[in-house]
Design a binder for this molecule. Structure first.
Ligand SMILES: NC(=O)c1ccc[n+]([C@@H]2O[C@H](COP(=O)([O-])OP(=O)(O)OC[C@H]3O[C@@H](n4cnc5c(N)ncnc54)[C@H](O)[C@@H]3O)[C@@H](O)[C@H]2O)c1
Length: 277
């Protein structure tokens, strides 16, 4: 979709990290912004930042895992902006580190609730309004972890694989009905953000104890920290995503150093299919 001034972009998780970088980049291009985020103080700061740059922005404090809350916000966004051209389902959290056999049911509920149901709630609440306008673009922020399964982050990897899968389903559905709406799944490697502090937004009822033995967890955490050490600046990342939207890319791959891992995974599946043929 060609990005143009006066279009309206909804961004979940817009108060920090990737969401805020996308909001700045889109706001600088003259789009109006509707930010949804669960963290009230960060949301207020983001709104001040965006308005200070001259962007037209409004914000709603909202938990994307709460379907009714997202629906209420969608009605208010419609009243305020009349239309939505770009829906960016970005809000997401990283769960506990550790092997799957030590994983915790509350952690699964939190990670799948935000990362998967949050995306579905965005689609359910905003897409019917976009369909009535007959145009637009949906961007779902998945992860490299949705294409190449990460060890010791089972719930997160499963949630991001689900986001890639449901993005593909949605793209097929929209193509079959002939809607003029495209879908992009963004699959980044590491980006500068506060994802490492995701626990700040974990609801009290989903607090989860890490069951991995401490010495094993320390080794896993050291490997994870090393993997996360080289980060792409969020503004560089945002520019790549905007280019991907304008090119109608189904998969927006922002980190070239991750491409061999993706190709290796696809080659394994291709090999299995060739052997089975
Ligand atoms: N940073 C990375 O390296 C990286 C890599 C791949 C994918 N991602 C994905 O990018 C997305 C954005 O994460 P980020 O890295 O910018 O982290 P971040 O923590 O800086 O930003 C996430 C935002 O989502 C909000 N949020 C969390 N739970 C929410 C909820 N229930 N309802 C509404 N808002 C909620 C947070 O308050 C925060 O503003 C996530 O989906 C993440 O999985 C990040």
């Amino acid at each position: 979709m060609k990005l143009e001034p006066k279009q309206v972009a909804v961004i979940t998780g817009g108060a920090s990290g990737i969401g805020l970088a996308l909001a700045r980049a889109l706001g600088d291009r003259g789009l109006s912004l509707a930010l949804l985020d669960v963290e009230a103080a960060a949301l207020e700061a983001a709104l001040a930042d965006l308005r200070g740059r001259g962007c037209a922005a409004e914000a709603w404090c909202c938990d994307v895992a709460d379907a009714a809350a997202v629906q209420r916000v969608a009605t208010e966004v419609q009243q305020r902006f009349m239309t939505v051209d770009l829906l960016i389902n970005n809000a997401g959290v990283g769960g506990l580190l550790g092997p799957l056999w030590d994983s915790n049911p509350q952690d699964w509920r939190w990670v799948l609730g935000v990362n998967v149901e949050g995306v579905v709630n965005g689609i359910r609440s905003f897409l019917p309004r976009m369909l009535r306008h007959g145009r637009g673009h949906v961007v779902n922020v998945a992860s490299l972890a949705g294409l190449v399964a990460p060890p010791f982050m089972g719930a997160y990897g499963a949630s991001k694989a689900a986001v890639v899968g449901l993005s593909e389903s949605l793209a097929h559905e929209l193509a079959i009905i002939g809607a003029g709406i495209r879908v992009s799944a963004v699959c980044p490697g590491v980006v500068e953000s506060r994802i490492g502090e995701s626990h700040r937004n974990r609801p009290a009822e989903l607090q989860a104890e890490n069951r991995t033995p401490p010495e094993q967890l320390a080794r896993i955490r050291a490997a994870f920290d090393a993997m996360m050490a080289v980060k792409m600046p969020a503004d560089v990342f945002a520019r790549k995503v905007l280019a991907g939207i304008e090119a109608d890319e189904a998969y927006i791959l922002t980190h070239p150093e991750t491409h061999p891992q993706i190709a290796a995974r696809l080659a394994l599946i291709g090999q299995a299919a060739a052997q089975a043929a």
